[in-house]
Ligand binder design. Structure first.
Ligand SMILES: *Cc1c(COP(=O)(O)O)cnc(C)c1O
Ligand SMILES: [Zn+2]
Length: 422
């Protein structure tokens, strides 16, 4: 597949590197690498989007992603998820155009599949045959699935706080798995950066791997195609920030390509107990310092006391887009989880946090009634079953399989379920 990607460029020293080299961070200075595209060629090629109907997956946008030949693509049909209009939450908040980007419907149950389909395919393309990631749970499962499917050896270190289900899914898909013990995120970061420098190890951790977050551009592409333009506001749960940053890069490209006349305000969402981005944002800082205790939140997938590389890309997107970094309480997250479920979407707590943050942003006057707003629902409730029980408990009523018992149950429920009660 042809690609408009040209090279990798270092955020810090500006050096350029070939896309054929198996690089993580910048070999010269350790900075983060970003894929650069030939925007003029992209502009000439953008019309091909409309005619490219073979697939709904992220590979529909293959030319706008780093180069991968057809035979190296490892896909499970990731992407192309519904942009579902809100029927309850939006109206209750006085919003006319609220949507949920429902990535709970991804092959392994989380939005991580966009990134791993691309990153594993690309790794095959450049001849890498094994790799490593650390994970809060969903990344490990996704990596494991795509690696096994692609005939690729995966090693995953999964945070000890991850649900048993997430850990077991990583095993199930076939990766070699170890549970990662730590007290502070800085220990993980030190481990990863030494591994980059001292071992011949190709990593799939967001940002250390320069390819994964490119796939998150496909949010922007899919949403702009569905709405005809970019939304006014996008809420994204943030762990490393790969999802938010990738989406922002996509919106910036689409604006440069003339596909949309605006870019959304980006809202970075974290649990209040670890809201280091909110701390930095409140002080107008460009880098976030460690803050909080990740063991104190139910939102496992976005629980980290400090950001990778100071989270500079995330804060840049928030400032440039005129968005904000928000922190939501545990009660707000559980309420949002229940409310989303009444829309028919069962989300894990990290994903429901976007709805909690939207509510806050409305209360703070950051959102207008006419705004088009997208909350990204990144992962399925099924991955964290204990959280579902925390949110609503198990049913308390029990009856015998007996006609009279059913009749009594219906009567006690005000006759709901009857033919005429609607
Ligand atoms: C990984 C994850 C996040 C955070 O994504 P980042 O790209 O690391 O910011 C949010 N929600 C869910 C469900 C996740 O699995
Ligand atoms: Zn550099």
């Amino acid at each position: 597949m042809a690609s408009y990607a040209q090279c990798l460029v270092c955020d810090d020293c500006g050096r350029e590197f070939s896309l054929r080299d198996a690089l993580n961070t910048c070999p010269a200075c350790g900075g983060l690498l970003e894929v650069r595209y030939d925007m003029a060629a992209m502009r000439r090629g953008v019309h091909s989007l409309a005619s490219c109907e073979q697939t709904r997956s992220i590979w529909r946008y293959g030319q706008f992603l780093p180069p991968v030949q057809e035979e190296n693509i490892v896909t499970l049909g990731e992407g192309g998820t519904p942009l579902t209009p809100s029927v309850h939450i939006g109206p209750a908040l006085g919003l006319k155009h609220l949507y949920f980007k429902n990535d709970t419907m991804m092959p392994t149950g989380s939005f991580k599949d966009r990134g791993f389909s691309l990153a594993v395919s690309y790794a095959k393309e450049i001849g890498v045959q094994n790799g490593f990631t650390y994970s809060s749970g969903n990344a490990g499962a996704s990596f494991s699935a795509y690696a096994s499917r692609g005939g690729f050896r995966a090693l995953v270190c999964v945070e000890y706080v991850a649900s048993q289900t997430k850990m077991a899914m990583i095993n199930l898909y076939g990766a070699r798995t170890a549970i990662l013990e730590f007290e502070r995120f800085a220990q993980i970061e030190e481990m990863l950066s030494r591994a980059s420098r001292e071992l011949n190890l190709y990593q799939f951790v967001n940002f250390i791997n320069p390819i994964r977050h490119e796939a998150m551009k496909t949010y922007a592409y899919e949403i702009v195609e569905a709405l005809g333009c970019a939304p006014d506001a996008m809420f994204h749960p943030v762990g490393t920030g790969g999802g938010l940053w990738g989406a922002w890069k996509g919106y910036c490209e689409l604006e440069a390509l003339g596909m949309t006349d605006r870019r959304p305000r980006m809202y970075c969402v974290q649990p209040a107990v670890t809201a280091h981005f909110r701390q930095a944002f409140a002080r107008g800082e460009r880098e976030a310092a460690p803050y909080g205790d990740p063991t104190q939140t139910i939102a496992q997938s976005i629980a980290a006391d400090s950001p990778l590389h100071g989270g500079r890309r995330i804060l840049k997107a928030v400032y440039e887009s005129d968005g904000a970094a928000l922190g939501v309480s545990e009660e707000e997250i559980l309420q949002a989880l229940r409310d989303l479920a009444h829309e028919g979407i069962a989300a894990e707590p990290a994903s429901a946090s976007t709805v909690a943050a939207l509510r806050q942003a409305c209360a703070q006057g950051r959102i207008n009634a006419e705004d088009t707003v997208v909350c990204v629902i990144t992962g399925s409730a099924l991955k964290q079953p204990a959280a579902v029980v925390s949110a609503c408990g198990v049913p308390q009523t029990r009856i015998r399989a007996d006609f009279d018992a059913l009749r009594a149950l219906l009567a006690s429920d005000g006759g709901r379920g009857g033919k005429t009660s609607g």
